[in-house]
Design a protein around this ligand. Structure first.
Ligand code: GDP
Length: 379
């Protein structure tokens, strides 16, 4: 992976109604990608994304944490967004710095009221999404019903790209409908046909191929699904049971295949392109007090943020003492972060959430100032 190749970066959020399985999905992703060596369990309070003791006590994810891992040559940074309705301001804040999202649903409950709230917030921020219908192993789980509720309440064109194998307790995994295996069951072939027809209705190139050949190839389907995800005209739907590790690898593949990189989204400002050589501009989205000092989480939108740099924050000059990439419960120090990166920096003493850290010779404010935020103590 080349550090400066933006196309291999995915900054994403996992959006969900509380209890749909966001923490479990995050945990399994970190486990599968090797970012953590133990799989934390939600119920014993050892999950690695929930740093804060208050979060552990409540068993819900309250404060966003950004965690990086690697999959298929891509660096994935998961920006954890709270699912609890009391914290929608926190959700809004994290939505500002991510490029795409996975919306997680419970296969029994389908779309729940908070899922709608978060969905509308993501719509407002123009965040491209894919959906993951979780808990297919639960009694009463029904993918078709969950998809119908997504169609009725959230998106007119859900595109189901997998066939679940087995039901409820007998759920054993999924068949990929895009890259259909040669021994796929008849039902998978039938559903692949449904997917081809639905994609052809939405995408001109797929339609042309469908009319000319009577089918849509896997390559065209993949390309069309990516474009439909970026434009928001179609919603890729995957499924699984995170708890049993079913569907996690296909979900990671889908994140890489369909969700945007920082290069695919418009620059935060025309004069601050997502280019490492441009003047540096980074947005603070979280500030945390730790035992070793204050950590400021930033999204670098433009330029390169180096260890030792002096940056401006409003009228002040701050020094970047360290640049850290957060990997689950560890921080690894790096020399710099480039446009598209999400990192934590040590050094700034006063920067608040919503502040812009920028090159002194090219001052800029990326966001209008937001309400002051208390520093959250985790140590
Ligand atoms: P969050 O509130 O969205 O972060 O949800 P959690 O990840 O904390 O999950 C809520 C509950 O659902 C926990 O008890 C999990 O163990 C359980 N859970 C998560 N994923 C699955 C799954 O795939 N199948 C089943 N049966 N339970 C799950």
């Amino acid at each position: 992976m080349r550090t400066h190749d933006l196309t291999t970066v995915r900054n994403l959020g996992i959006l969900a109604h509380v209890d749909a399985g966001k923490t479990t999905v995050t945990e399994r992703i970190l486990h599968r990608t090797g970012a953590t060596h133990k799989t934390g369990e939600v119920h014993d309070g050892t999950t690695v994304t929930d740093f804060d003791p208050q979060e552990r006590d409540r068993g819900i994810t309250i404060f966003a944490a950004a965690v990086s891992c690697t999959w298929d040559g891509h660096r994935l940074t998961l920006i954890d967004t709270p699912g609890h309705v009391d914290f929608t301001a926190e959700v809004e804040r994290s939505l500002r710095v991510l490029d795409g999202a996975v919306a997680v649903f419970d296969a029994v409950a389908g779309v729940e009221p908070q899922s709608e709230t978060v969905w509308r917030q993501a719509d407002r921020h123009g965040v491209p999404r894919i959906a993951f219908v979780n808990k297919l192993d639960r009694a009463g789980a029904d993918l078709d019903r969950a998809v119908a509720s997504i169609r009725a309440r959230l998106h007119p064109a859900p595109l189901v790209v997998q066939l679940p194998i087995g039901r409820e307790d007998g759920f054993r995994g999924v068949v990929d409908l895009v890259r259909l295996p040669s021994d796929a069951p008849d039902e998978a072939r039938r559903r692949r046909r449904v997917l081809e027809e639905a994609v052809a209705e939405l995408h001109p190139v797929a339609l042309e191929e469908f009319c000319a050949t009577g089918r849509v190839s896997a390559e065209t389907l993949e390309k069309a699904l990516r474009e439909l995800t970026l434009s928001g005209d179609g919603l890729v739907v995957l499924c699984g049971a995170a708890y049993r590790d079913h569907g996690i690898e296909p979900l990671l593949d889908a994140v890489v295949a369909y969700l945007p990189s920082p290069a695919d989204v418009p620059p935060v400002r025309a004069d601050r392109p997502a280019n490492p050589a441009a003047p540096v501009a980074a947005l603070v989205f979280k500030v945390v007090a730790t035992a070793t000092g204050r950590l400021t989480y930033v999204r670098v939108y433009s330029g390169t943020l180096r260890k030792g740099d002096q940056v401006r924050d409003a009228g002040r000059t701050e020094r970047i003492a360290r640049v850290l990439r957060v990997q689950a419960d560890r921080h690894s120090e790096v020399d710099c972060a480039v446009a598209g990166d999400i990192v934590a920096v040590a050094g700034p003493k006063a920067a608040r959430v919503g502040a812009t850290l920028c090159a002194p010779e090219a001052p800029v404010v990326l966001e209008p100032p937001v309400t002051a935020d208390p520093v959250v103590s985790v140590a």
